[in-house]
Design a protein around this ligand. Structure first.
Ligand code: UD1
Length: 415
């Protein structure tokens, strides 16, 4: 098991380039099942999650060729309606496969996503939507079985704007009979990216990026070449890295519009952030002040940035409160930050963070992806050495994190 080793780093300085978005690449790769032919997907980050997705696609009958960040997926044949539990259980994103397999094969067997460290993560909203579109659903032996000769358009209201359910239902609707309307849909940029990929293939989707999405089913989709958007959470993590070390630099290959809630919060805290078409400059050399944060669906502050800001607020002037409204148990990193000298108290869905702490290096354990990123940030400014076990969680979502941070002056190595 690899470990990340960090020693206190100087203020980070220089240019850093973002990779493609993990959360956009995963549903887009899953959606290639819908097309008979070869799609070429560019700007795919090389991560454990994307590699696992490609392994599943191969097991289902797709022919996948990978050339650095470009992936060709040929689904002229889709042979299977299920992949093994071992493959599917490697990441929650595998549930994205339900809609494209069902639409293509008339049947899908998907491993039930288990409990996950950050919460229960149910799939009821996905299943209610499939049922409204005419699918029969059976649960048993750890699998969900879905059957439907032909999915039919339906009007679906999501009780919560779930990202995964919105994506699954868009994929179910693009070749369903008639019109589907998804209300209270999630509006995350990754959903718009999936919709743009499908629209390029010939799908008729209106309103992606808003809370009401209308989809008119088409007979078939054509293979295309498509480039995945950049990763706003990786960019936000780099912004936090500059901020926590008091550094300054340029983050390239980003869409500043996707980062608005993070940028607004950093500006409120005193950082200078200058937005350009596809890059941002950040200067956090002045001591930052604390802030209160509430995570919300997009365009609110992303839950995927909550852990990184928990680390940052330990170093800022004053105390701050973070309220996590999206997941019920996303504070696993707090105990580890406290081991590094933080003073954070959790009460229900809120964490109370005392600022101006001088963190000290320690042996800590990453228990989930973004929590792991928060420990990396803490390690950059903590005195002495920080060793992070559980680096596999971090590799699920950051392409070459240590190499990229080293290029702007961080003392960080993967051992
Ligand atoms: C996606 C992202 C994840 C991000 C999250 C919220 C991917 C691969 N992952 O996860 O990084 O943190 O969006 O922005 O894109 N819920 C239900 N029933 C359902 C589905 C969800 O109750 O059927 C609840 C969840 O338990 C959670 C909330 O809705 O409390 C948000 O979940 P959702 O938006 O679905 O997140 P994911 O798609 O799993």
């Amino acid at each position: 098991m690899s470990e990340i080793v960090i020693t206190k780093s100087p203020p980070l300085c220089g240019n850093i380039i973002c990779s493609g978005s993990k959360n956009a690449a995963l549903p887009i790769l899953a959606a290639t099942i819908l097309t008979k032919g070869k799609n070429i997907i560019q700007n795919v980050p090389r991560l454990t999650d994307t590699e696992n997705m490609l392994e599943i696609l191969t097991a289902l009958g797709g022919v996948c060729n990978i050339n650095i960040n470009t992936v060709e997926v040929d689904f002229t044949d889709c042979r299977e309606y299920s992949a093994s539990y071992e493959l599917m259980n490697t990441f929650r994103g595998s549930f994205f496969l339900a809609a494209p397999i069902l639409s293509r094969m008339g049947r899908a067997r998907i491993s039930m996503p288990g409990g996950c460290p950050i919460g229960n993560r149910p799939i009821d909203l996905h299943l209610k939507g499939f049922a409204a579109m005419g699918a029969e659903i059976e649960n048993g032996h750890g699998y969900v079985d879905l059957y439907c000769e032909k999915l039919k358009g339906a009007k679906i209201y999501l009780d919560f704007p779930s990202v995964g359910a919105t994506e699954n239902l868009i994929m179910a609707a693009v070749m369903a009979e008639g019109e589907t309307i998804i209300e209270n849909a999630a509006a995350e940029p990754e959903i718009t990216d999936l919709a743009n990929f499908l629209i390029k293939q010939g799908a008729k989707i209106h309103g992606a990026g808003s809370d009401t999405i209308k989809i008119f089913g088409v007979k078939c989709l054509e293979p295309v070449t498509y480039s995945v958007i950049s990763d706003r959470i990786e960019a936000g993590t780099f912004m936090s890295a500059f901020a926590i070390t008091g550094g300054h630099g340029k983050i390239e290959n980003v869409n500043p519009v996707h980062l608005k809630p993070v940028t607004a919060k950093l500006r409120e805290m005193g950082a200078y952030v200058d937005e350009h078409r596809n890059y941002i400059n950040i200067d956090a050399s002045k001591k930052l002040s604390s802030a209160n944060i509430k995570t919300l669906p997009f365009p609110g502050f992303p839950t995927d940035m909550q852990a990184q800001f928990s680390a940052l607020l330990c170093e800022t002037e004053g105390s701050g409160i973070i309220v996590e409204t999206v997941f019920e148990n996303r504070f696993l990193h707090i105990g580890e930050l406290n081991r590094m000298g933080a003073n954070i108290r959790i009460d229900g869905r809120s964490s109370y963070i005392e600022g101006n702490k001088h963190l000290s290096g320690a042996n800590v354990c990453a228990m989930d992806l973004r929590g792991g990123a928060s420990l990396v940030l803490a390690g950059l400014c903590a005195d002495g050495e920080t060793r992070i076990t559980g680096a596999n969680h971090i590799k699920r979502g950051y392409e070459n994190l240590c190499g990229k941070l080293r290029s702007i002056g961080a003392n960080i190595f993967l051992e």
